[in-house]
Design a binder for this molecule. Sequence first.
Ligand SMILES: [Zn+2]
Length: 142
Amino acid sequence: MRLTEYDADVAAPASEWLALDEAERVLLVEAYHRRLGIDHPQLKLHATLHTVVENQVAAREPEVLDAFARLQREGLTRHEAVHAIGLAVVEQMVEVFKSRTVAGSPPVMPYGERVRQLTAEVWRRSGDRAEEQLTAPGSDTD
Ligand SMILES: [Zn+2]
């Protein structure tokens, strides 16, 4: 079976997800958001983050699978859990970048640990604006 539609609230079979190339995955995620009428200002970037998270799910990364289950127990939809883990992806990227460009930066927390510490509450407080951290580096969104 070839995956022709993405639904963030339903886990796609890993084999079907992994059979697509990266660009196809991003396009399906973009189409999903358009179908739902979600007018995201940075849809390509948002869809790319979804894709990174779904790739980790399909690869069965234990911390990510645990976080998915935990975040949904804490009341997030699957789609929201994708966004929450996407926040951890962005924070990791920003911290790695900072650690390499800002002298005296503290050591970067391993990604698995960051995902383990993620809670629905942390994500809700973030305002679900992970992409803004990438497009406006160095500026806090609060
Ligand atoms: Zn989304």
